[in-house]
Write a protein that binds this ligand. Structure first.
Ligand code: ACO
Length: 323
């Protein structure tokens, strides 16, 4: 069987970092409130003239270097984002161009915070189907551009950034000992649109709009949805929480992460948390967390890693892979 095996990872954060204290000068909030409710201490924000494609390109270059392969060896680029440079063309095609690639194909995926999990799953299908041999999967966002900076209930939660992984189609034995993506489970349910959405767009207002969220409502659904798709992954592979080496969740909120890990019986020392440093970077949060844990030596070849995300739509999903 073909396994989509990870060759390397990379990430990029814009230089400007805003602490909770910095935000408290703009809106009526405090470091104490933000840390207590979310675990967030700081977030990075793109500079004027710095776009999602720039963050994505930098993360992609770092991932290629880490994987030890050249850009020309990539024949598929999937970029997950809810904040593309332009309505079209796809930001992925701009990244392809900047990498100097003009063979193969590139496209964007829009599943908000679940974007990276959707993109990995999609890349896995293309590799398994034989349509591509090596894929660059990127999550990149500039949420600072769609925040209402006067709304303290949302503007303190999000940040900008990008992360990427390189996948290669390799032959595996078809067992859970194989390196690569072992199983993926995606879900969505449009009944929840009003709980988390952007109040603009090309077809409705002809403006980019601003993020709107009923935080409490999102929180109420998050843990149940996350744990459901993780249990689906365990059932499909006959693996359990004890078998995991690392749990790398979407980084929205420390309370959601901790509650999910506790409900699943995942030991706290196996949980990779970067929300304190990055805030919620939507589709970029998982590859940013992955790259953090790869570079500090936690995640190593052969480790069993569970990824999960939940976000606007709602969309949610899990990917279980052996690094
Ligand atoms: N600073 C100070 N006070 C604030 C702030 C702020 N930044 N924001 C809200 N408050 C106030 C509210 O006005 C309210 O005041 P009131 O009681 O006088 O009306 C009080 O704090 C409590 O507000 P709640 O909304 O009830 O606070 P809650 O405990 O629900 O925490 C939060 C809010 C952090 C948004 C939480 O609901 C949450 O994390 N939800 C999940 C949302 C999320 O992570 N979404 C990300 C996208 S989806 C995903 O990625 C999973």
């Amino acid at each position: 069987v073909i396994r989509s095996t990870v060759l390397g990872s990379g990430s990029y954060l814009p230089a400007t970092c805003l602490t909770n204290e910095d935000l408290a000068k703009k809106v009526d909030t405090s470091d104490e409130w933000i840390v207590q409710r979310t675990g967030i201490r700081q977030r990075h924000v793109a500079a004027e003239g710095e776009y999602t494609s720039d963050l994505a390109f930098n993360a992609a270059e770092a991932a290629l270097a880490n994987a030890g392969i050249k850009a020309e060896d990539i024949d598929l680029i999937i970029l997950a984002t809810a904040t593309p440079d332009n309505t079209f063309p796809a930001t992925a095609v701009q990244v392809q161009h900047r990498l100097g690639i003009n063979h193969g194909f590139a496209f964007d995926i829009q599943a908000v915070c679940s974007g990276f999990v959707y993109a990995l799953t999609t890349a896995d299908m293309y590799l398994k189907g034989g349509l591509a041999k090596r894929a660059l999967v990127i999550g990149a966002e500039t949420f600072s551009r769609i925040l209402d900076w006067e709304d303290r209930t949302t503007c303190v939660l999000f940040g900008d950034g990008a992360g990427a992984v390189v996948l290669e189609a390799r032959e595996g034995e078809g067992t859970v000992e194989d390196r690569g993506i072992l199983t993926a489970h995606l879900r969505s349910d449009g009944r929840h649109k009003e709980k988390l959405y952007v109040d603009g767009g090309p077809s409705t207002t002809q403006t980019a709009g601003h993020l709107r969220m009923e935080g409490k409502e999102v929180f109420k659904h998050a843990v149940g949805m996350i744990t459901d798709v993780i249990e689906d992954a365990f059932e499909a592979t006959k693996l359990s929480a004890e078998d995991l080496d690392w749990f790398i969740p979407h980084q929205a909120n420390k309370r959601i992460i901790d509650a999910s890990a506790k409900k699943l019986g995942i030991a706290p020392e196996k949980v990779v948390t970067t929300v304190d440093l990055h805030g919620n970077t939507s589709a970029a949060s998982i590859p940013l967390a992955i790259d953090t844990a790869v570079r500090d030596g936690r995640v190593k070849a052969g480790d069993l890693v569970m990824l999960e995300a939940m976000g606007g739509g709602f969309t949610w999903g899990s990917v279980l892979l052996r690094w």
